[in-house]
Ligand binder design. Structure first.
Ligand code: NG1
Ligand code: ZN
Length: 545
């Protein structure tokens, strides 16, 4: 077939280095950009097949999120803006690892298994982050789409959540919004402005926010949305990419893992600040107090703020809808206790990776999901949205219920339900704080985090670690879980688990305990156990103090 001739010809321009094996990880393929040209081309092919199969537009985002500038990666976006299904992740790995001469056979295998009608039209939306390698890598992806006769639309520089939004708008024939950047800014800024009309006596201080753009795409886009916000939010932007390096000592991942402010940011004590990650799908907040002590408000604090706000509105609206919060094992133990014991909401724990959280959140009327690192959003079921809309349109209802239902409607509209979105989450958080007249210190005081520590251990093959129970227990290698259990017993209020990273070649270690010192030494001891029992390489982990 002529189609396959084109694939053959084009793939010769994007050859695979022989023997290279890569896995579709937590959020797509991710590694040094130099190794990715053939992957991008092949993901262009796969996105085209997925589009033919689903008869819908598919997204392809070139980014390595919070990884260093030298890395890159690719994420595929399904028709409603979600991540692709596990079966297709398998196909992605199969295509990525087929040697040059096996590529056609691998492609035909997917076509056969999925019974794809090759005469079906295909549409793929492509976006990229600000990495210098993203330019040629997104071209390779576009080549892949055209090699299989698919149509593509190149959105150029966009955040990951912007691309998810475009795909969802396109596939809902504009019901979710207009599939343009302007449409994105309009939808979310208008909802924000409607929400902030409910904030009385908002001072200039309350309206001010310092944003660390991680020297990435989020910085460019926050500048663009600011002009739509009608001065309801004053943003001081730092790490805007004009001088600093992407994610280098800045950005949400750095701030969360180091538990320190980013460099390049001017922070006055008590002032509200936030950091985006490299593709603007994560956000964390923080401030320093008068003693220069740093306070982090991570994804768990964000989920708590949002679910408290929503629960209050549901009570005021007298609507019987169930809210759940979905977390991962990285959620701080204090947050889980607060949500379950004080707020009395359902809490679910899933494996790491937003696709798992997203899926679990879909089971509830309202599912608030956040990873501790600040990646998350809120999902409203169709039935919940309809109930809220009916109430908002009901002329017989009382003022309190009406006001609450309108607030809920605008809350739905300010949220990017397709995926976690730093810009949309920022607008929601800012609106909630303004409406509740709440300072960042008051928000922080809702509960007190247990001290925690995250470490990385290098091992020769991280796949030797297998986990169960939403990654909270290691089932292999033998003896590792027993070693962790006996170390945890030495400390008070302690918890620890290990898992292989899906985005870096490391094993991640997490520990929490009653004091920072104890969390640090537990994390170190568990790192040593991993090093010894799971094939550590390089130097043995050293104590933190
Ligand atoms: P890995 O490398 O699998 O731990 C990291 C994050 C995930 C997720 C992905 C994708 C942690 C501990 N892990 O995954 O939560 O956000 O990156 O960006 O933060
Ligand atoms: Zn990201």
């Amino acid at each position: 077939m002529a189609q396959f001739q084109d694939v053959l010809k084009q793939s010769g321009l994007h050859p695979k280095p022989a023997g290279l094996v890569l896995q579709y990880g937590t959020a797509g393929f991710r590694t040094n950009a130099k190794l990715l040209d053939h992957i991008m081309f092949r993901m262009g092919l796969l996105a085209t097949l997925r589009s033919k199969k689903t008869k819908a537009t598919i997204g392809l985002m070139v980014t390595a999120s919070h990884n260093p500038e030298e890395d890159n990666g690719v994420k595929l976006v399904d028709p409603m803006g979600e991540m692709v299904t596990p079966a297709w992740e398998g196909y992605a790995t199969q295509l990525a690892n087929a040697e040059q001469e096996e590529l056609l056979a691998a492609l035909k295998d997917v076509i056969e298994k999925e019974a794809i009608n090759m005469s079906q039209e295909a549409d793929v939306f492509v976006g990229k982050d600000t990495r210098s390698s993203s330019v040629s890598l997104s071209k390779a992806a576009l080549d892949g789409v055209s090699a299989l006769g698919g149509h593509s639309k190149d959105y150029g520089l966009v955040t990951t959540p912007q691309l998810h939004y475009m795909v969802c708008c396109q596939n809902t024939q504009g019901k979710y919004g207009e599939a343009t950047e302007e449409g994105y800014y309009k939808k979310f800024s208008q909802a924000f402005i409607q929400l902030t009309k409910n904030a009385s006596n908002c001072t200039d201080d309350q309206k001010h926010l310092s944003v660390d753009g991680a020297n990435g795409i989020g910085a460019l886009k926050v500048r663009e949305i600011e002009s739509h916000l009608k001065k309801e939010l004053h943003i001081s932007l730092f790490n805007d990419g004009s001088t600093g390096k992407l994610n280098h000592q800045c950005g949400a991942d750095f701030v969360k893992v180091q538990q320190n402010p980013p460099t390049g940011m001017k922070m006055n004590s008590g002032e509200r600040c936030c950091s985006f990650d490299g593709d603007a799908d994560r956000i964390v907040y923080y401030y320093t107090d008068s003693e220069r002590q740093f306070h982090l408000l991570d994804g768990d604090k964000i989920a708590t703020l949002i679910s408290t706000f929503l629960k209050e509105l549901l009570t005021q609206a007298a609507l019987d809808l169930e809210i759940a919060v979905v977390q991962t094992a990285y959620a701080n133990g204090s947050s889980t206790n607060y949500l379950e014991d004080t707020m009395k909401v359902v809490v679910r724990c899933t494996k790491t990776g937003v696709k798992h959280l997203h899926h679990a959140a879909q089971e509830f009327d309202i599912g608030v999901y956040f990873e501790a690192n600040g990646h998350g959003t809120v999902l409203f079921s169709k039935a919940a949205e309809e109930k809220i809309q009916q109430l908002a349109e009901d002329s017989n209802t009382n003022d309190e219920r009406k006001r609450a239902s309108l607030l809920l409607q605008n809350t739905i509209n300010v949220i990017n339900q397709t995926v976690g979105d730093a810009i949309s989450d920022m607008l929601l958080i800012e609106a909630i704080l303004a409406i509740k007249g709440m300072t960042i210190q008051q928000w922080d005081a809702i509960y007190r985090d247990l001290p925690s520590r995250q470490l990385k251990v290098k091992v020769s093959d991280r796949r030797v670690i297998d986990t169960a129970d939403a990654e909270r227990r290691a089932v292999s290698p033998a003896g590792l879980q027993e070693a962790i259990d006996s170390l945890v017993k030495k400390y008070s209020r302690a918890r620890s688990f290990v898992r292989p990273s899906g985005t870096e070649d490391v094993v991640r270690v997490y520990a929490e305990a009653d004091t920072q010192e104890n969390a640090d030494s537990l994390a170190h001891e568990v790192s040593l156990a991993v090093y010894r029992l799971a094939g550590g390489v390089g130097e043995e982990p050293k104590p933190l103090h």
